[in-house]
Design a protein around this ligand. Structure first.
Ligand SMILES: Nc1ncnc2c1ncn2[C@@H]1O[C@H](COP(=O)(O)OP(=O)(O)OP(=O)(O)O)[C@@H](O)[C@H]1O
Ligand SMILES: [Mg+2]
Length: 501
């Protein structure tokens, strides 16, 4: 319980900080400015109040002293034969116009002759608010001034401090000053709002640029702002984007080179196997068959041969047929090896037929899986690299769907499409689109790509294409590949086409 109580202010402080942090920099700067202005206004008001109270006090005291002096002077200047009543009357008239003081004249018996009464305001009359009067009002003073003629006391004058007029005056000045300050500050805040917006705008552009970099689109340049510090930031950002672009390009080039070298090596091995092993195996098989034939011939030509020689001939004949059998198996393995190293039909038969053959061979191996291929309307070939990449993508996708997803249905769709060039298809409008969709168990979000998926992606990207895995499917997975066909730099593709992954 105690801990909860202690942590409450902390939580509130953290909450306030979070609310503050969520505001834009422009709002934060403007709020700081307004806060300073409010603080300055409060300090200004305190100074005004303190000085006004002192000034009102001084003004009131001096007015009272003046009234007292006026009373003394009036009495001393009166003719000696003036009656006390007349003198008090004149005194009362003389003192009627004193400022900041209420004056009352009394006769010797204490009866009020007259004077200037304290100011009374009518209801609804505009005056300083009570709080301001309370702050500014000085301590009220009172002077009792006796009136004596020839040593005889004939009455008295009561002078009471009356700062209301002064306070009203100060209130009027304060209001005018506050209005002026408010107007000036409102204009300053509006100007700052516009200025902050203009000054900070490049930062918004840098933020948008960073988002673009995050999406792996590196061909960006932000316009230089006028502010020196921000210009430096923008300069560095542009430099960073340039180096990232260069690094990405060289990575893609390296990747492409790697795949090319690998394909070249595979092609060379396949050629060796085909040109060397193929004829050798063929020769082995033919010779073994000839040997078996010769043995059969010798047996037929020598009916009286000994049992030993007939047995030897039979053994040789059997060995020859075993050799033929082994050579058959080796030929089959060689063909499989050749096909996996480099599909021999690629480049010789139309792409559609080669792919149909691939799907059929998977169908033969896995008869429980229904594999459909829709690849109509294709050109015979799209060049060795695209053909081979498509072949490999389909091969790997089929293997994955059967091996990992336990799919019973797999659909392969390959077709050309034309569309408007946009950001993700920056190379042009003619594209080759491949989709491999399976009815398997789908993919977990945390799968670890092995060589298969990353190899596919690398091959596609090396050709400037896009590779996408749609694992959001509730049932089954989808591999989507597109290649730009109108790209002028298909042999040296740019690395800009991978934004979609
Ligand atoms: N069609 C699919 N359906 C469900 N899961 C899949 C599918 N394709 C791939 N996966 C998952 O993605 C993982 C990575 O696949 P990837 O092809 O990259 O590697 P791999 O098949 O495990 O090994 P290899 O390097 O031999 O291809 C697999 O282990 C599997 O869990
Ligand atoms: Mg795989």
């Amino acid at each position: 319980m105690d801990e909860a109580c202690l942590s409450l202010p902390d939580a509130r402080r953290r909450g306030l900080r979070a609310v503050w942090a969520r505001r834009s920099l422009r709002t934060q700067l403007l709020s700081a400015f307004l806060l300073i202005e409010i603080l300055a206004a409060i300090i200004g008001l305190c100074v005004i109040v303190t000085r006004a109270r002192d000034a009102a006090g001084v003004e009131m005291s001096s007015s009272m002293r003046l009234a007292q002096l006026l009373a003394s002077e009036t009495v001393s200047l009166m003719a000696p034969d003036t009656t006390p009543e007349r003198l008090l009357q004149i005194l009362q008239q003389q003192l009627r116009y004193t400022r900041h003081a209420a004056v009352q004249v009394f006769d010797a018996t204490g009866h009020l002759i007259g004077g200037k009464a304290p100011i009374k305001r009518h209801p609804g009359e505009r005056s300083a608010p009570a709080w301001f009067s309370a702050l500014v009002s000085p301590r009220t003073e009172r002077i009792e001034h006796p009136v004596a003629v020839l040593g005889r006391n004939i009455g008295s004058v009561s002078i009471i401090g009356e700062p209301k007029d002064e306070i009203e005056e100060i209130w009027g000045h304060t209001k005018a000053l506050a209005g002026l300050a408010f107007f000036a500050n409102a204009i300053a805040a509006a100007v700052l709002y516009v200025m902050f917006g203009r000054i900070l705008e490049p930062l918004t552009r840098v933020s948008a640029g960073l988002l673009t970099l995050e999406q792996r689109r590196y061909k960006i340049g932000i316009e230089q702002p006028d502010v020196r510090e921000l210009a430096e930031i923008v300069n560095r950002f542009n430099g960073l984007a340039k180096s990232l672009h260069a690094a990405h390009r060289s990575n893609a080039d390296l990747n492409r080179r790697l795949i090319e070298v690998q394909d070249e090596e595979r092609r060379a091995i396949a050629l060796e196997l085909h040109d060397e092993f193929g004829p050798c195996l063929f020769g082995l098989k033919t010779n073994a068959r000839s040997l078996a034939g010769a043995c059969a011939k010798i047996g037929a030509l020598s009916p009286g041969a000994s049992e030993d020689s007939s047995k030897t001939l039979a053994e040789v004949e059997e060995c020859s047929s075993v050799i033929v059998e082994i050579a058959d198996r080796m030929q089959l393995t060689n063909r499989h090896l050749l096909n996996s190293l480099r599909p021999m039909a690629l480049g010789h038969a139309p792409l559609e037929d080669v792919l149909a053959d691939l799907a059929a061979s998977f169908g033969r191996l896995y008869p429980a899986v229904s594999i459909s291929l829709d690849a109509a309307g294709l050109e015979a070939t799209y060049g060795d690299r695209i053909d081979l990449t498509i072949y490999r993508c389909i091969q790997e996708s089929l293997t994955n769907a059967i091996r990992h997803a336990g799919a019973s249905k797999i659909a392969v769709i390959l077709h050309e499409e034309t569309g408007r060039a946009n950001e993700s298809h920056a190379h042009g409008s003619r594209r080759l689109a491949l989709e491999v969709r399976d009815s398997g168990k789908g993919m977990a979000s945390d799968i670890r790509p092995g060589f298969g998926l990353s190899g596919m992606k690398g091959r596609v990207q090396a050709l400037g294409g896009e590779w996408r895995l749609d694992a959001s499917q509730a049932k089954g997975a989808r591999i989507l590949v597109t290649f730009p066909l109108d790209a002028p730099d298909i042999e040296h593709p740019s690395s800009e086409g991978e934004a979609a992954e």
